[in-house]
Design a protein around this ligand. Structure first.
Ligand code: B12
Length: 206
């Protein structure tokens, strides 16, 4: 049993084994954050690399993503215990044209666990829905996720639309291709590279 076995189970899409091994690894004393980073996120990185070279196809990556979620269900309750408390409302979603949901799900989980109210709009969310939800829920923060260079520009559409609508919620951005420089360029209030960073960022902004 090792971190690498969990990674392999995720990669071959065996969620039951990934979840069982993750439980065993936790019981053996490995921190939840290490399992998340070194086994689960690392497996998705490898799946992405194999997807790019044509070694893995979409259905296989989808099955791997489902296996990751099964293992995440075991690991995540312990992850959220490792962060402190917070208050405020965050509207969260993956931007229009983008259906990647795992990273967004982790951000939701960590914000939830830290005590924030999270309104999760799901994936492929058009700008108008972010604005409407921010208004309706009197959100403090609008958090957007994007995993593709082709959908990142949709974040600027939301930032501009918030501004034009006079909605005061602060827009923050994240997702694998995002950078602080891009966040600055589009006028976002912040960027964080991971879900733990998202919690710290929201806390700092409130
Ligand atoms: C799983 C996956 C899929 C699955 C998604 C399943 C699902 N239910 O989510 C499926 C198979 C559906 C898929 C489809 C596609 N995908 Co895909 N996919 C991936 C893969 C392998 C993993 C993504 C993932 O879940 N990572 C794990 C999570 C935990 O990481 P994360 O999302 O980055 O999130 C973390 C941080 O970024 C941050 N974060 C995330 N969001 C936010 C938000 C805020 C506010 C903050 C502060 C932080 C934050 O916190 C998270 C936790 O630490 C990546 C490769 C990769 N390494 O990223 C490719 C990848 C993103 N996909 C890619 C592509 C091209 C596609 C497709 C276009 C393929 C195709 N030809 O059809 C389609 C697009 C579909 C669409 N319209 O969106 C490319 C994107 C290239 C680019 N940079 O533009 C990648 C990089 C693969 C590659 N190397 O080519 N994909």
């Amino acid at each position: 049993m090792s971190i690498n076995d969990i990674r392999q189970a995720v990669l071959v899409g065996d969620g039951a084994t990934a979840a069982r091994l993750a439980r065993e690894e936790l019981d053996a004393g490995t921190p939840a954050a290490d399992i998340m980073k070194d086994a689960l996120i690392s497996a998705m990185d490898e799946a992405g690399a194999k997807m790019a070279t044509g070694e893995l196809f979409i259905p296989e990556v989808l099955v791997a993503a489902e296996a990751m979620k099964a293992a995440m269900d075991v690991v995540s309750p312990l992850l959220v215990d490792q962060v402190g408390g917070g208050r405020g409302t965050v509207v969260l979603g993956t931007v229009e044209g983008d259906v990647h949901e795992i990273g967004k799900g982790l951000v939701r989980l960590m914000l939830d666990g830290a005590g924030f109210t999270v309104v999760d709009l799901g994936v492929d969310v058009p700008a108008g829905r972010f604005i409407d939800a921010a208004r309706e829920h009197e959100a403090d923060v609008v958090a957007m996720s994007s995993l593709m260079v082709t959908t990142m520009p949709k974040m600027k559409v939301v930032v501009d639309a918030l501004h034009e609508a006079g909605v005061s919620a602060k827009p923050i951005v994240g997702g694998a291709p995002l950078t602080q420089a891009y966040a600055d360029e589009i006028g976002a209030a912040g960027y964080a590279p991971d879900a733990g960073g998202a919690v710290r960022l929201v806390r700092d902004l409130l």
